[in-house]
Design a protein around this ligand. Structure first.
Ligand SMILES: Cc1ncc(COP(=O)(O)O)c(C=O)c1O
Length: 404
C-alpha cells in the first residue's frame, strides 16, 4: 500500500541513540535510556514514577495484577476496543465483562456501567459480586479510544462508590491531559497504561508503560516484571515475569518524546483535514471530540452516517485502489471467537458503529502530497456516491409525480 495507515517518524535522534546503546553495550533491560524514558513518562502522566515494559498489553496486565486482580475476578471493559484490552484481563487470570460504548463519545458507556453494576451485582468485601456468574467485579478499564479524552473523574467517582479500581487503557493517548490541565495519573484513577507499539504516536518499536500515583503499586509492578528478584543475588520471592523494556526500546522512546509536541501538532492538522472532508459530504461525519480533555488524535478519519452500510465496503475498495491503506476498524471484542462466551451486555452501539468508522492515514510523517491524495480520493468517491443518490432521489420523485 502506497500510503500506510500509521507508520513511525524516526528522523530525529533515534539512530544516534541506538548507536549509543551499541557503543555502550547497554542493549538489555538495564541502561540509562530505560531510566530516562520511565522518568519522562512519569512526568508526562503526572506520577512520581512509571514502570516501562515491553508492550501495552503487558502494561495493562501487570497493572491489574499489581492491584491483586486474578482468577475469579471480573473487569468491565468496552467491547469496542482493540482486542488487547480484553486479552490483558485474561492474561491476568480474570474474566472480562464486555460493555457497550456511548454513541456520541465512542468510549465505554459510563451510565450503562452504573446501571449494570446496580442491577447485576451485589456488594462483596472485595468489590461487587456479579450475581449470574458468581465472579467478583474488581475493576473498570475505560479505553481512551483513538487517543480521545474520557471522563476519568466520573469513572473514578463511580469506582470509588462501588469499591472498584480503575485501570485506564491510554494505549494511544500519550500527551493527554484533562480539561483543567491535570495529567492522567492525577485524576483519581489507579493506573494509566500506555502502548509504544510501532503504530502509536510515540513508538519504542514495541513497549508500554504503567503510571500510577500510588508508589506501592508501582513497586509491585516493577517487582512483577523483573522476575520477582530481591537484592543483588539470584533470590526471588514470587513467580514473576521478565517483561522489562530494553535500553534499545527506551532509546527509541526517548528520541521520539523529544518531538512529542511536533507529533501531536501534526496529528491535529491531519485530523482537522479529515474533519473538513467530512463537512463537505452529507454522508460523512467527523470523529467525536469529547470535551473532557485533550484529544491526542492517534487515529483520525471520518465515519459514515447513512443507511446503506454496503457503501462502506465500496469506499474501502475504492481507497485501496487509490493506494490508501483503509482497513475495517476494530471488530468488537464480543464478536471475536475467543470472547464468544464472555459476559456481555447487549451491544447495539458497538455492533453498528464499528462498520462505519474509517481510520484514514495519519502517520506523523504523512506528507502534504499524500494527505492531499487521500482526501482527493475520498472526495471523489463521496461526491460520486452522493451525486448518484441525489440523482436517484430526483428520478424517483419525478416518476412518482408522473404516476400521480
Ligand atoms: C486500545 C489499545 N489497547 C491496548 C493495546 C496494546 O498495546 P500493545 O500493542 O503495545 O501491546 C493497543 C495497541 O494497539 C490499543 O490500541
Amino acid at each position: 500500500m502506497r500510503i500506510p495507515l500509521a507508520i513511525p517518524d524516526l528522523t530525529g535522534n533515534e539512530a544516534a541513540y541506538l548507536q549509543e546503546c551499541i557503543t555502550s553495550t547497554f542493549v538489555s533491560s538495564v541502561g540509562p535510556f530505560v531510566n530516562r524514558f520511565a522518568s519522562e513518562i512519569a512526568d508526562l502522566s503526572g506520577s512520581e514514577h512509571a514502570v516501562v515494559v515491553n508492550s501495552g498489553t503487558v502494561a495493562l496486565q501487570i497493572a491489574l495484577e499489581s492491584l491483586g486482580i486474578s482468577s475469579g475476578d471480573l473487569v468491565m471493559v468496552p467491547s469496542l476496543t482493540f482486542i488487547a484490552s480484553a486479552n490483558a484481563i485474561r492474561h491476568a487470570g480474570a474474566d472480562v465483562w464486555l460493555v457497550d460504548c456511548d454513541r456520541d463519545l465512542w468510549s465505554l458507556d459510563l451510565s450503562l456501567c452504573r446501571h449494570l453494576i446496580e442491577t447485576e451485582t451485589e456488594p462483596h468485601p472485595k468489590g461487587r459480586r456479579h450475581v449470574a456468574s458468581g465472579r467478583i467485579l474488581r475493576a473498570i478499564m475505560p479505553v481512551m479510544i483513538m487517543g480521545a479524552s474520557i471522563d476519568l473523574d466520573a469513572f473514578a467517582a463511580l469506582s470509588r462508590e462501588f469499591g472498584l479500581s480503575v485501570v485506564v487503557d491510554a494505549a494511544a493517548a500519550i500527551g493527554a491531559v484533562a480539561r483543567d490541565g491535570r495529567k492522567l495519573a492525577q485524576i483519581g484513577v489507579d493506573a494509566v497504561c500506555y502502548s509504544f507499539n510501532g503504530n502509536k504516536t510515540v513508538t519504542c518499536g514495541g513497549g508500554g508503560a504503567i503510571s500510577a500515583s500510588d508508589n506501592d503499586l508501582i513497586a509491585r509492578a516493577a517487582h512483577l516484571i523483573s522476575t520477582g528478584r530481591v537484592g543483588e543475588n539470584y533470590e526471588h520471592d514470587i513467580v514473576a515475569y521478565n517483561h522489562r523494556m530494553t535500553n534499545i526500546q527506551a532509546a527509541l522512546g526517548v528520541a521520539q518524546l523529544e518531538r512529542l509536541t511536533l507529533f501531536l501538532r501534526r496529528k491535529r492538522e491531519i485530523s482537522t483535514s479529515y474533519d473538513e472532508l467530512a463537512a463537505r459530504h452529507q454522508n460523512l461525519s467527523a470523529f467525536p471530540t469529547p470535551p473532557f480533555g485533550t484529544n491526542t488524535r492517534w487515529f483520525s478519519g471520518v465515519w459514515y452516517n447513512g443507511e446503506d452500510l454496503a457503501v462502506c465496503d465500496r469506499f474501502r475498495a475504492h481507497m485501496k485502489d487509490a493506494g490508501v491503506d483503509l482497513r475495517q476498524f476494530w471488530k468488537p471484542v464480543h464478536l471475536q471467537r475467543p470472547y464468544a462466551d464472555a459476559i456481555a451486555s447487549p451491544m447495539p452501539v458497538a455492533e453498528d458503529l464499528w462498520r462505519r468508522i474509517f481510520p484514514l492515514p495519519c502517520s506523523t510523517g504523512l506528507s502534504a502530497v499524500d494527505l492531499a491524495t487521500v482526501i482527493a480520493a475520498a472526495d471523489e468517491f463521496w461526491s460520486r456516491t452522493e451525486g448518484r443518490a441525489t440523482g436517484d432521489a430526483i428520478a424517483a420523485g419525478r416518476a412518482e409525480a408522473e404516476c400521480g
